[in-house]
Unconditional design. Sequence first.
Length: 82
Amino acid sequence: MSATKIGRRGQITLPKKVREWLDISEGDRVIFLREGDEVRVKPIRRTLLDLRGVIQVSEPQDFDAIRKKVMSEWAEKRSGKA
């Protein structure tokens, strides 16, 4: 078992042994999963960017236009106008 102290701003340092168990190092990302009154720390091995190009499309995609459309629709929904 390893223990650590919570700092002034709510930050913690994962002990070296825990980082070794999880095979993580500086710059790696982790996720905290709540299970009842316990929290699990799990390394994030893949992100959505890792999946880029997995789905074949028939034509080039304008991601800026798609993002603007999604953000606009989301804003309308949140404002109650949709």
